[in-house]
Design a protein around this ligand. Structure first.
Ligand SMILES: C[S@@+](CC[C@H](N)C(=O)[O-])C[C@H]1O[C@@H](n2cnc3c(N)ncnc32)[C@H](O)[C@@H]1O
Length: 324
């Protein structure tokens, strides 16, 4: 299997059929797209690179997946600076497949950009070219189908699931998201774990109602306690020890928000200490790492883990803290 992120390239046995892979692939919870790498090579960043893309694509073994009646489309992406665009990449890779199928089958496989039977990924990252067969379909796997209420700052379910993994959430534990918005984190948790108790809290009645709607759409409503409340005094609402708090507080993009965020972080972290169990841990996604770390350390938490992640176009940090 092949993902853009080099660390996620996984070797699969060459004789495993694509049909057998489809089912496990569709179960992946923190992955957007999955493709089988057919060919990869270095290319030039100048216009010369386009001819190389044509040649490299022509060497891909595609006859198991295509014939003269099966339509295809190329989905191209380009990262880095090049003398050509992603449209050029798609054009040259597409032409290579057209010429290849014509040679192999006598008639070219039809191109269908809207509803292709087969999707190929043509990806250029700096001077590397990857040509791959998409096996997870057109839609990104982060679309789970339960989002009937679209929170304006909703987290991708894949990131929410990743945060639960970072929290090392286990069956039988208690979980709280005190700023739950549309409920993505708790919904992902209930869909994937058997938890003792789950709390979804937000200060906004509108967003909390949205979380209820999403939970109903995901058939997990009865497993979640919904609370209209203030994360700055979370200990006044939740009356049991919580093993894991995972949350996505508002981002401080506007200056006015910075002051509110400081008290929000401080008071949320202070009141959380009163309800955290002895094995308690908190995982937060924030664009304000420095501020969050300062407030957390002031209150006697230590940073147990952190990593950068892209939330849309925004580079943010996922941080795990535990009481010292
Ligand atoms: C970034 S959004 C969370 C989005 C959510 N993760 C989702 O996927 O839909 C932050 C949420 O924090 C809530 N919030 C802000 N201040 C709060 C407070 N003091 N107590 C509880 N919730 C608060 C906002 O109403 C908003 O819904």
């Amino acid at each position: 299997m092949f993902k853009k992120d080099e660390e996620n390239v996984v070797d699969i046995p060459i004789n495993l059929s694509v049909d057998k892979l489809f089912e496990p692939v569709m179960q992946l919870k923190s992955t957007h797209k999955v493709s089988i790498l057919l060919v990869e090579e270095n290319i030039s960043k100048t216009v010369e690179g386009l001819k190389e893309i044509y040649e490299i694509t022509s060497s891909a073994k595609i006859s198991n997946f295509l014939n003269e009646n099966i339509s295809f489309a190329i989905r191209a992406e380009r990262i880095g600076s090049h003398e050509f665009t992603s449209l050029d990449v798609a054009k040259y890779a597409g032409q290579a497949i057209v010429d290849l199928t014509k040679k192999k089958f006598g008639t070219r496989s039809p191109v269908n950009l809207n509803h292709p039977a087969v999707i190929f990924d043509a990806l250029v990252i700096d001077n590397k070219y990857y040509f791959a067969l998409r096996i997870s379909g057109e839609e990104s796997l982060h679309r789970r189908g339960y989002r009937v209420y679209d929170h304006p700052a909703a987290l991708k379910p894949t990131i929410a699931y990743g945060m639960l993994k970072i929290a090392e959430l286990k069956d039988g534990e208690t979980l709280l998201d005190p700023m739950c918005g549309g409920g993505t984190i708790v919904i992902e948790a209930v869909r994937n774990y058997r938890l003792r108790n789950v709390y979804c809290m937000d200060i906004s009645p509108k967003h909390l109602k949205g979380a209820v709607m999403n939970a109903i759409a995901s058939s997990v409503y009865s497993k979640i306690n919904f609370i209209l409340g203030d994360a700055r005094k979370v200990d006044e609402y939740v009356k049991e020890y919580i093993d894991v708090i995972v949350t996505n507080p508002p981002y401080g993009i506007r200056m006015l928000r910075q002051k509110y965020l400081r008290t929000l972080y401080l008071d949320f972290l202070k009141s959380s200490r009163n309800i955290l169990s002895s094995k308690g841990r908190i995982v937060v996604i924030t664009s304000e790492y420095v501020l969050f770390k300062k407030e957390a350390e002031k209150l006697g938490y230590k940073i147990a883990y952190k990593r950068k992640v892209l939330h849309g176009d925004l580079e943010v940090e996922i941080i795990k803290i535990v009481p010292k």
